[in-house]
Design a protein around this ligand. Structure first.
Ligand code: ASP
Length: 439
């Protein structure tokens, strides 16, 4: 039996006629690429605009009663240029006219934003000679905007399972009333993953403008190495901490079917990219460190109390204070007499003082210390659990760079060591850890 590959192309891969040509070559080079999920046209260069952003801008204009004709022209021009240059036999004008009219008559932000993918899907299907199936007929959302997996599965069985060579636009679906609903930004990755899972694909290819995941952020570390293979779990840790190539939620649908994802570069199709798999085969040599990622702007509240370990309900009290204030926490490293709350500063909503006062009142700690402006760096690697000395190597590297570590946490999976440092040390510490393992 032939393999089934679902291929998703990101916005930069479909930003211009020239990019469309590359995409066509890629798709037609392998007949197993039977299902294609396009994003909306992205930026052609760093100063350019993304069609989705312009569509949201149209919505914002009409909402505030400002004419949007000029910006809508940018959208028309982009698509018409693509079809002109590629000489695709499709009359897009009636579609553009309908979309404009719908915007004028108060269409939702989701509907407007989704049209970027919709139009690109129509164009691409015509260009490569595949059928077009609207995502609104396949991806089902509930009234509360949550994605309905069971109903989507039924639709995929009905509309896609016996077909091949189909284009399905990414990013959106519809509720049972037929209203368009989108995923969060970058959500075409999720569509590709859902389709892969629904049709039991052998591989989900995600084509973008980088040759896979890098071991560290290239804006911080110079020319970091590419990660060849990574497990879903490691990827989850790295993407949560800031490595952004794939939408965070795109892992889940393929993961339940154990379908690998390959990240590929449309501009360098021969590069191997990164393969994301469930479990790595026994003989694959797990490197001790797969990647390093981090985020700035956390607030750490450290609470000290002698004999905290034997006080019943101490942590429960602390956590219910956060819950009552509606603030979530990211991590909670603890020792026998201490517990730290690591909170994303943007989620504190000016409630820091209230939280600290409540903790003082209800939990009666010996002391409480607040560290705002903290960064957290995660060093992630599946081989870590089996390799002694990883933590020592991280701490030593940071120490040698003259940086003070303010918090340490090791995930229970032993796949992840987190350190908390001042925001101002973030770049330096990331480089120090990378160099300790890679060079
Ligand atoms: N076009 C949408 C966005 O810009 C979705 C996507 O590209 O995946 O967020």
């Amino acid at each position: 039996m032939n393999e089934i590959i679902v291929t998703k192309f990101g916005g930069s891969s479909l930003a211009s006629a020239q990019q469309f040509k590359k995409v066509k070559d890629i798709i037609l080079a392998n007949p197993n690429r039977k299902f294609v999920v396009p994003s909306a046209p992205g930026k052609r260069n760093s100063k350019d605009y993304k069609i989705t952003d312009v569509l949201y801008l149209c919505y914002a204009h009409i909402k505030s009663g400002v004419p949007f004709d000029d910006i809508f022209k940018l959208i028309e021009e982009r698509y018409l240029n693509i079809i002109d240059e590629l000489q695709i036999d499709i009359n897009l004008k009636p579609y553009l006219k309908t979309i404009k009219e719908k915007i004028e008559s108060g269409a939702s932000a989701d509907y407007i934003a989704s049209r970027g993918e919709y139009l690109n899907g129509l164009i691409l299907s015509k260009y490569i000679g595949f059928d077009f199936v609207d995502a609104a007929d396949i991806i089902v959302f509930d009234e509360d905007r949550s994605y309905n997996r069971a109903k989507t599965r039924e639709k995929i069985n009905k509309l896609l399972s016996n077909r091949e060579n189909v284009v399905i636009p990414g990013f959106y679906g519809a509720n049972e009333e037929g209203d368009i609903i989108t995923f969060s930004r970058g959500g075409s990755d999720i569509t590709g993953s859902i389709i892969s899972s629904g049709i039991n694909a052998n591989l989900y290819e995600n084509w973008t403008d980088v040759s896979g995941f890098l071991m560290a952020d290239p804006r911080i570390v110079k020319a970091p190495k590419t990660i060849e293979t990574i497990s879903y779990k490691e990827l989850r840790e790295l993407s949560y901490m800031g490595a952004s190539v794939l939408h965070e939620e795109a892992i889940f649908p393929v993961r339940e079917k154990n379908i690998p994802i390959r990240i590929k570069n449309t501009n360098r199709p021969n590069d191997p990219g990164t393969l994301i798999v469930d479990e790595l085969s026994k003989d694959s040599k797990a490197l001790s460190v797969t990647g390093i990622a981090g985020r700035k702007d956390f607030t750490v509240i450290s609470i000290y109390k002698a004999l905290m370990n034997s006080e019943l309900g101490f942590c429960r009290k602390v956590l219910s204070i956060l819950e009552n204030k509606g603030v979530s926490f990211e991590n909670m490293p603890a020792g026998i007499d201490t517990v730290c709350l690591v909170i994303d500063s943007s989620k504190l909503n000016n409630k820091l003082n209230e939280i600290v006062d409540e903790i003082k009142m209800q939990c009666n700690p010996d002391s409480i210390e607040v560290n705002p402006n903290m960064s957290v760096i995660a060093t992630v690697g599946r081989g870590m659990a089996k390799t002694p000395g990883i933590a020592a190597k991280i701490f030593n590297a940071v120490y040698e760079a003259n940086i003070n570590i303010k918090m340490i946490d090791q995930g229970s999976s032993e796949m992840n060591i987190l350190i908390g440092i001042d925001n101002s040390d973030f770049e330096k510490a990331t480089n120090a850890i990378y160099n300790a393992f890679v060079k």
